[in-house]
Write a protein that binds this ligand. Structure first.
Ligand SMILES: [Zn+2]
Length: 357
Protein backbone atom coordinates (compact mmCIF):
# COMPACT_ATOMS: atom_id res chain seq x y z
CA UNK A 1 0.00 0.00 0.00
CA UNK A 2 2.70 2.41 1.09
CA UNK A 3 4.79 1.60 -2.01
CA UNK A 4 1.84 2.39 -4.28
CA UNK A 5 1.38 5.72 -2.55
CA UNK A 6 5.06 6.64 -3.02
CA UNK A 7 4.92 5.70 -6.69
CA UNK A 8 1.77 7.73 -7.10
CA UNK A 9 3.35 10.78 -5.44
CA UNK A 10 6.52 10.39 -7.56
CA UNK A 11 4.45 10.22 -10.76
CA UNK A 12 2.36 13.16 -9.72
CA UNK A 13 5.40 15.22 -8.74
CA UNK A 14 7.28 14.58 -11.95
CA UNK A 15 4.15 15.27 -13.99
CA UNK A 16 3.67 18.60 -12.23
CA UNK A 17 7.31 19.55 -12.83
CA UNK A 18 7.04 18.85 -16.51
CA UNK A 19 3.95 21.00 -16.69
CA UNK A 20 5.70 23.74 -14.71
CA UNK A 21 8.51 23.78 -17.23
CA UNK A 22 6.09 24.25 -20.10
CA UNK A 23 4.33 27.27 -18.65
CA UNK A 24 7.18 28.91 -16.70
CA UNK A 25 8.53 31.96 -18.59
CA UNK A 26 12.02 31.20 -19.87
CA UNK A 27 14.72 32.86 -21.94
CA UNK A 28 17.61 30.81 -23.24
CA UNK A 29 20.17 33.63 -23.24
CA UNK A 30 22.86 31.76 -25.17
CA UNK A 31 22.05 29.81 -28.29
CA UNK A 32 23.17 29.76 -31.91
CA UNK A 33 20.48 29.82 -34.59
CA UNK A 34 21.59 29.26 -38.15
CA UNK A 35 18.52 27.94 -39.87
CA UNK A 36 15.88 28.96 -42.36
CA UNK A 37 13.57 26.19 -41.10
CA UNK A 38 11.44 28.02 -38.54
CA UNK A 39 9.30 25.04 -37.52
CA UNK A 40 11.03 25.12 -34.07
CA UNK A 41 9.11 28.32 -33.25
CA UNK A 42 6.05 26.17 -32.60
CA UNK A 43 7.96 24.32 -29.86
CA UNK A 44 9.26 27.60 -28.44
CA UNK A 45 5.71 28.90 -28.11
CA UNK A 46 4.38 25.68 -26.62
CA UNK A 47 7.10 25.82 -23.96
CA UNK A 48 6.92 29.55 -23.15
CA UNK A 49 10.53 29.92 -24.24
CA UNK A 50 12.40 32.82 -25.85
CA UNK A 51 15.90 32.69 -27.31
CA UNK A 52 18.83 35.03 -27.73
CA UNK A 53 20.98 33.91 -30.64
CA UNK A 54 24.63 34.95 -30.49
CA UNK A 55 26.76 35.47 -33.60
CA UNK A 56 30.41 34.51 -33.16
CA UNK A 57 33.71 34.01 -34.98
CA UNK A 58 35.46 37.24 -35.92
CA UNK A 59 37.45 35.79 -38.83
CA UNK A 60 35.42 37.39 -41.61
CA UNK A 61 32.56 39.77 -42.19
CA UNK A 62 31.13 37.31 -44.71
CA UNK A 63 30.83 34.62 -42.10
CA UNK A 64 29.23 37.04 -39.62
CA UNK A 65 26.77 38.30 -42.23
CA UNK A 66 25.83 34.70 -43.09
CA UNK A 67 24.84 34.10 -39.43
CA UNK A 68 23.05 37.43 -39.13
CA UNK A 69 20.97 36.72 -42.24
CA UNK A 70 19.36 33.87 -40.30
CA UNK A 71 18.90 35.66 -36.98
CA UNK A 72 17.71 38.96 -38.47
CA UNK A 73 15.06 37.12 -40.49
CA UNK A 74 13.90 35.14 -37.45
CA UNK A 75 13.86 38.25 -35.24
CA UNK A 76 11.83 40.18 -37.80
CA UNK A 77 9.27 37.42 -38.09
CA UNK A 78 9.16 36.49 -34.39
CA UNK A 79 10.22 39.61 -32.44
CA UNK A 80 8.64 38.38 -29.18
CA UNK A 81 10.43 35.02 -29.34
CA UNK A 82 13.85 35.70 -30.86
CA UNK A 83 16.52 38.33 -30.15
CA UNK A 84 20.07 38.34 -31.45
CA UNK A 85 23.57 39.59 -30.77
CA UNK A 86 25.90 40.65 -33.55
CA UNK A 87 29.70 40.47 -33.50
CA UNK A 88 32.50 42.31 -35.32
CA UNK A 89 35.23 41.20 -37.71
CA UNK A 90 38.97 41.17 -37.00
CA UNK A 91 39.79 41.54 -40.70
CA UNK A 92 42.11 44.54 -41.07
CA UNK A 93 42.56 44.85 -37.31
CA UNK A 94 45.58 47.10 -36.81
CA UNK A 95 44.74 49.21 -39.89
CA UNK A 96 44.15 52.88 -39.02
CA UNK A 97 40.47 52.82 -40.04
CA UNK A 98 39.53 49.53 -38.30
CA UNK A 99 37.84 51.27 -35.34
CA UNK A 100 35.83 53.64 -37.54
CA UNK A 101 34.67 50.84 -39.83
CA UNK A 102 33.82 48.59 -36.89
CA UNK A 103 31.82 51.29 -35.13
CA UNK A 104 29.87 51.97 -38.36
CA UNK A 105 29.21 48.23 -38.72
CA UNK A 106 27.94 47.97 -35.14
CA UNK A 107 25.78 51.07 -35.61
CA UNK A 108 24.12 49.40 -38.61
CA UNK A 109 23.62 46.17 -36.66
CA UNK A 110 21.95 48.04 -33.78
CA UNK A 111 19.63 49.71 -36.33
CA UNK A 112 18.73 46.24 -37.58
CA UNK A 113 17.80 45.11 -34.08
CA UNK A 114 20.91 43.58 -32.47
CA UNK A 115 20.49 43.67 -28.67
CA UNK A 116 24.13 42.90 -27.84
CA UNK A 117 27.64 42.41 -29.20
CA UNK A 118 29.09 38.94 -28.80
CA UNK A 119 32.86 38.66 -28.51
CA UNK A 120 34.14 35.13 -28.88
CA UNK A 121 37.18 33.28 -27.51
CA UNK A 122 39.02 33.77 -30.81
CA UNK A 123 40.05 37.13 -29.34
CA UNK A 124 42.77 35.85 -27.05
CA UNK A 125 43.21 32.43 -28.62
CA UNK A 126 43.32 32.88 -32.41
CA UNK A 127 44.20 36.33 -33.73
CA UNK A 128 47.81 37.44 -33.69
CA UNK A 129 49.54 40.74 -34.21
CA UNK A 130 52.18 41.41 -36.87
CA UNK A 131 54.85 40.37 -34.35
CA UNK A 132 52.86 37.08 -33.92
CA UNK A 133 51.85 37.84 -30.31
CA UNK A 134 48.22 37.02 -29.47
CA UNK A 135 45.71 39.89 -29.46
CA UNK A 136 44.05 39.92 -26.03
CA UNK A 137 40.83 41.50 -24.73
CA UNK A 138 42.61 44.43 -23.06
CA UNK A 139 44.28 45.55 -26.33
CA UNK A 140 43.94 49.32 -26.39
CA UNK A 141 42.88 49.29 -30.05
CA UNK A 142 39.52 47.87 -28.89
CA UNK A 143 38.90 50.71 -26.42
CA UNK A 144 37.02 53.07 -28.79
CA UNK A 145 34.76 50.15 -29.76
CA UNK A 146 33.93 49.30 -26.13
CA UNK A 147 33.30 53.02 -25.49
CA UNK A 148 30.94 53.21 -28.46
CA UNK A 149 29.00 50.09 -27.38
CA UNK A 150 28.67 51.52 -23.86
CA UNK A 151 27.49 54.90 -25.21
CA UNK A 152 24.72 53.10 -27.13
CA UNK A 153 23.55 51.31 -23.97
CA UNK A 154 24.32 47.95 -25.57
CA UNK A 155 25.72 44.91 -23.76
CA UNK A 156 28.92 43.02 -24.53
CA UNK A 157 28.45 39.27 -24.18
CA UNK A 158 31.85 37.67 -24.06
CA UNK A 159 33.28 34.19 -24.14
CA UNK A 160 36.87 34.48 -22.97
CA UNK A 161 39.16 31.45 -22.56
CA UNK A 162 37.88 27.92 -22.04
CA UNK A 163 37.03 25.74 -19.03
CA UNK A 164 40.06 25.39 -16.77
CA UNK A 165 40.08 21.70 -17.76
CA UNK A 166 41.34 22.75 -21.20
CA UNK A 167 44.78 23.40 -19.70
CA UNK A 168 44.91 20.05 -17.86
CA UNK A 169 45.81 16.56 -19.10
CA UNK A 170 42.73 14.54 -20.11
CA UNK A 171 42.84 12.27 -17.04
CA UNK A 172 42.77 15.25 -14.65
CA UNK A 173 39.69 16.91 -16.12
CA UNK A 174 36.68 17.20 -13.83
CA UNK A 175 34.01 16.24 -16.38
CA UNK A 176 33.73 13.60 -19.09
CA UNK A 177 32.04 16.24 -21.18
CA UNK A 178 35.31 18.15 -21.32
CA UNK A 179 37.69 15.20 -21.54
CA UNK A 180 35.82 13.64 -24.46
CA UNK A 181 35.55 17.00 -26.24
CA UNK A 182 39.28 17.71 -25.97
CA UNK A 183 40.20 14.11 -26.82
CA UNK A 184 38.28 14.59 -30.08
CA UNK A 185 39.48 18.16 -30.65
CA UNK A 186 43.18 18.16 -29.72
CA UNK A 187 43.66 21.40 -31.65
CA UNK A 188 41.66 23.16 -28.89
CA UNK A 189 43.28 21.28 -25.99
CA UNK A 190 45.58 23.97 -24.61
CA UNK A 191 47.51 21.54 -22.43
CA UNK A 192 49.05 20.37 -25.72
CA UNK A 193 49.81 23.92 -26.92
CA UNK A 194 52.06 25.67 -24.42
CA UNK A 195 52.86 28.46 -26.91
CA UNK A 196 49.32 29.82 -26.54
CA UNK A 197 48.25 32.27 -23.80
CA UNK A 198 47.69 30.60 -20.44
CA UNK A 199 44.31 30.35 -18.71
CA UNK A 200 45.45 33.04 -16.25
CA UNK A 201 46.78 35.37 -19.01
CA UNK A 202 43.41 35.30 -20.77
CA UNK A 203 41.36 35.99 -17.65
CA UNK A 204 43.73 38.73 -16.44
CA UNK A 205 43.48 40.49 -19.85
CA UNK A 206 39.66 40.18 -19.76
CA UNK A 207 39.56 41.67 -16.26
CA UNK A 208 41.92 44.48 -17.27
CA UNK A 209 39.52 45.41 -20.07
CA UNK A 210 36.65 45.52 -17.54
CA UNK A 211 38.79 47.64 -15.18
CA UNK A 212 39.22 50.16 -18.02
CA UNK A 213 35.46 50.22 -18.82
CA UNK A 214 33.56 50.14 -15.52
CA UNK A 215 30.37 51.48 -17.14
CA UNK A 216 30.12 48.74 -19.77
CA UNK A 217 27.24 46.29 -19.31
CA UNK A 218 28.84 42.86 -19.62
CA UNK A 219 27.69 39.24 -19.69
CA UNK A 220 30.48 36.73 -19.08
CA UNK A 221 29.58 33.55 -20.95
CA UNK A 222 30.11 30.08 -19.53
CA UNK A 223 30.31 31.29 -15.90
CA UNK A 224 33.18 33.62 -16.88
CA UNK A 225 35.37 30.50 -17.44
CA UNK A 226 35.44 30.23 -13.64
CA UNK A 227 33.07 27.25 -13.81
CA UNK A 228 35.19 25.20 -11.39
CA UNK A 229 34.53 27.43 -8.36
CA UNK A 230 31.44 29.33 -7.24
CA UNK A 231 33.75 31.25 -4.86
CA UNK A 232 35.74 32.57 -7.84
CA UNK A 233 32.50 33.45 -9.65
CA UNK A 234 31.34 35.36 -6.55
CA UNK A 235 34.63 37.31 -6.43
CA UNK A 236 34.25 38.20 -10.11
CA UNK A 237 30.67 39.46 -9.61
CA UNK A 238 31.69 41.43 -6.50
CA UNK A 239 34.49 43.12 -8.43
CA UNK A 240 32.38 43.98 -11.53
CA UNK A 241 28.95 45.29 -10.54
CA UNK A 242 27.84 45.75 -14.19
CA UNK A 243 28.58 42.12 -15.03
CA UNK A 244 26.41 39.03 -15.02
CA UNK A 245 27.24 35.39 -15.82
CA UNK A 246 25.57 33.06 -18.25
CA UNK A 247 25.77 29.38 -17.36
CA UNK A 248 25.59 28.06 -20.93
CA UNK A 249 26.85 24.48 -21.16
CA UNK A 250 28.50 24.72 -17.72
CA UNK A 251 25.65 23.58 -15.42
CA UNK A 252 27.43 20.26 -15.11
CA UNK A 253 30.31 21.99 -13.30
CA UNK A 254 27.99 22.93 -10.43
CA UNK A 255 27.37 19.26 -9.78
CA UNK A 256 30.83 18.28 -8.53
CA UNK A 257 31.04 21.26 -6.15
CA UNK A 258 29.58 21.29 -2.64
CA UNK A 259 25.80 21.39 -3.08
CA UNK A 260 25.20 23.94 -0.27
CA UNK A 261 27.93 26.24 -1.61
CA UNK A 262 26.40 26.15 -5.09
CA UNK A 263 22.87 26.66 -3.79
CA UNK A 264 23.94 29.57 -1.54
CA UNK A 265 25.82 31.13 -4.47
CA UNK A 266 22.79 30.95 -6.77
CA UNK A 267 20.58 32.46 -4.07
CA UNK A 268 23.03 35.22 -3.12
CA UNK A 269 23.68 36.21 -6.76
CA UNK A 270 20.14 35.53 -8.00
CA UNK A 271 20.10 38.93 -9.79
CA UNK A 272 23.33 38.29 -11.71
CA UNK A 273 22.89 34.89 -13.39
CA UNK A 274 21.39 34.01 -16.78
CA UNK A 275 20.20 30.63 -17.91
CA UNK A 276 21.52 29.46 -21.28
CA UNK A 277 22.27 26.18 -23.02
CA UNK A 278 24.66 26.96 -25.92
CA UNK A 279 22.61 24.68 -28.18
CA UNK A 280 22.93 25.14 -31.92
CA UNK A 281 20.06 24.83 -34.35
CA UNK A 282 21.69 24.64 -37.74
CA UNK A 283 20.55 24.09 -41.29
CA UNK A 284 23.27 21.52 -41.70
CA UNK A 285 24.09 18.60 -39.36
CA UNK A 286 20.52 17.56 -38.82
CA UNK A 287 18.35 14.97 -40.38
CA UNK A 288 14.94 16.02 -39.09
CA UNK A 289 13.05 19.30 -38.96
CA UNK A 290 14.07 21.93 -36.42
CA UNK A 291 10.73 21.24 -34.72
CA UNK A 292 11.79 17.63 -34.02
CA UNK A 293 15.27 18.75 -33.05
CA UNK A 294 14.06 21.27 -30.47
CA UNK A 295 11.51 18.80 -29.06
CA UNK A 296 14.38 16.40 -28.44
CA UNK A 297 16.47 19.12 -26.77
CA UNK A 298 13.54 20.11 -24.53
CA UNK A 299 13.16 16.55 -23.28
CA UNK A 300 16.90 16.20 -22.62
CA UNK A 301 19.01 19.33 -22.01
CA UNK A 302 16.27 21.73 -20.90
CA UNK A 303 14.33 19.32 -18.69
CA UNK A 304 17.49 17.90 -17.06
CA UNK A 305 18.59 21.40 -16.07
CA UNK A 306 15.06 22.28 -14.94
CA UNK A 307 14.83 19.25 -12.65
CA UNK A 308 18.28 19.98 -11.21
CA UNK A 309 17.35 23.58 -10.37
CA UNK A 310 13.77 22.99 -9.22
CA UNK A 311 13.79 19.75 -7.21
CA UNK A 312 15.82 18.25 -4.37
CA UNK A 313 15.86 14.84 -6.01
CA UNK A 314 19.00 12.75 -5.98
CA UNK A 315 20.26 12.11 -9.49
CA UNK A 316 22.72 9.61 -10.85
CA UNK A 317 24.84 10.89 -13.64
CA UNK A 318 26.83 9.28 -16.40
CA UNK A 319 29.55 11.89 -15.97
CA UNK A 320 32.27 11.73 -13.30
CA UNK A 321 29.88 12.74 -10.49
CA UNK A 322 28.13 9.52 -9.45
CA UNK A 323 25.38 11.15 -7.46
CA UNK A 324 24.20 14.71 -6.94
CA UNK A 325 21.19 16.40 -5.44
CA UNK A 326 18.91 18.98 -7.06
CA UNK A 327 19.09 22.57 -5.79
CA UNK A 328 15.40 23.09 -5.04
CA UNK A 329 15.49 26.83 -5.80
CA UNK A 330 12.48 28.99 -5.02
CA UNK A 331 10.16 30.27 -7.72
CA UNK A 332 11.40 33.81 -7.07
CA UNK A 333 15.03 32.83 -7.78
CA UNK A 334 14.07 30.71 -10.78
CA UNK A 335 12.10 33.54 -12.36
CA UNK A 336 15.17 35.79 -12.23
CA UNK A 337 17.65 33.22 -13.54
CA UNK A 338 15.34 31.93 -16.24
CA UNK A 339 13.75 35.21 -17.32
CA UNK A 340 14.04 38.66 -15.78
CA UNK A 341 17.85 38.85 -15.49
CA UNK A 342 18.18 38.35 -19.25
CA UNK A 343 15.77 41.24 -19.82
CA UNK A 344 17.74 43.38 -17.38
CA UNK A 345 20.99 42.65 -19.21
CA UNK A 346 19.45 43.03 -22.68
CA UNK A 347 17.14 46.05 -22.24
CA UNK A 348 16.46 46.34 -25.98
CA UNK A 349 14.76 42.94 -25.81
CA UNK A 350 12.82 44.09 -22.73
CA UNK A 351 11.63 47.13 -24.74
CA UNK A 352 10.38 44.93 -27.57
CA UNK A 353 8.43 42.85 -25.04
CA UNK A 354 7.15 45.97 -23.25
CA UNK A 355 8.58 44.47 -20.08
CA UNK A 356 8.74 46.81 -17.10
CA UNK A 357 10.59 45.78 -13.98
ZN1 LIG B 1 28.05 29.59 -27.65
Amino acid sequence: MKTYLIIFIAMFTSCTQREDFKTFPKIDAHIHLETADDSFIKVIRENNLKMISLAYDASSLNNIQRQLNYSEALQKKYPRQIAFATTFSMEDFGEPDWQEKTIQWLHDCFQKGAVAVKVWKDIGMTFRDKDSSFILMDDKRFDPVWDYIESEGITVVNHTAEPKNCWLPLDQMTTLDDSSYYANNPQYHMYLHPGYPSYEDLLVARNRMLDKHPGLRYVACHLASLEWSVDEQAKFLDKYPNAALDMASRVTHFKYQNRDDVRNFLIKYQDRLLYGTDIEILDTERSESTEEELKELISTTYLNDWEYFTTDKTFTQNDKVKEYQGLNLSEKVLKKIYYTNALGMYPKFADILNYKK
